[in-house]
Design a protein around this ligand. Structure first.
Ligand code: HEC
Length: 136
């Protein structure tokens, strides 16, 4: 009886190992293929993720928090104020580079002349994505 039980345990273990092994192999093959229809959304998410990394690496957090007002408006409040359109990405990128005042109050936003237009647009996309809206 005891022996039978050990055999059963061994069989279950062997089955589990084999099953998990084949599962892993399946996942790996899937990772290699990137179907064309997913290429566009993946790219959009990429720009937002790059924007998030840029914002976190820059001085933005001195004055902005994702959800709380600091010296500047919370980036989520900015996202709620503006629709996620190409025109607003361009407008906010310009504001990030040139700075300015008068939209949220009298405190000025400092300029960021060292940022490229492309990086500023990625940051703007990240900010605009914070209310869950997709670019349209
Ligand atoms: C010295 C503080 C300060 C820093 C640093 C700063 N901001 Fe601002 N930001 C502000 C203030 C203040 C406003 C509101 C300006 C206004 O009322 O026009 C603002 C506004 C904004 C807006 C909304 C603009 C609009 O016209 O509605 C965005 C987007 C923004 N900041 C992004 C950023 C990003 C990205 C960074 C980092 C590269 C950054 N800010 C760094 C203070 C700052």
């Amino acid at each position: 009886m005891k022996n039978n039980f050990s055999i059963l345990v061994a069989a279950v273990l062997a089955f589990t190992l084999t099953y998990c092994g084949s599962k892993k192999a399946e996942t790996q093959t899937e990772d290699y293929g990137t179907p064309d229809e997913t290429a566009a959304p993946v790219q959009a998410v990429d720009l937002i993720a790059q924007g998030e990394a840029l914002v976190k690496a820059s001085d933005c957090k001195t004055c902005h928090h994702a959800t709380n007002k600091l010296i500047g408006p919370s980036h989520t409040d900015v996202a709620k104020k503006y629709e996620f359109t190409a025109a607003n990405v361009t407008y906010l990128a310009k504001k990030i580079i040139e700075g300015g005042t008068g939209v949220w109050g009298e405190i000025p936003m400092s300029p960021h002349p060292d940022l490229s237009q492309i990086d500023a647009e990625k940051m703007a996309r990240y900010v605009l994505s914070l209310d869950g809206e997709k670019e349209h």
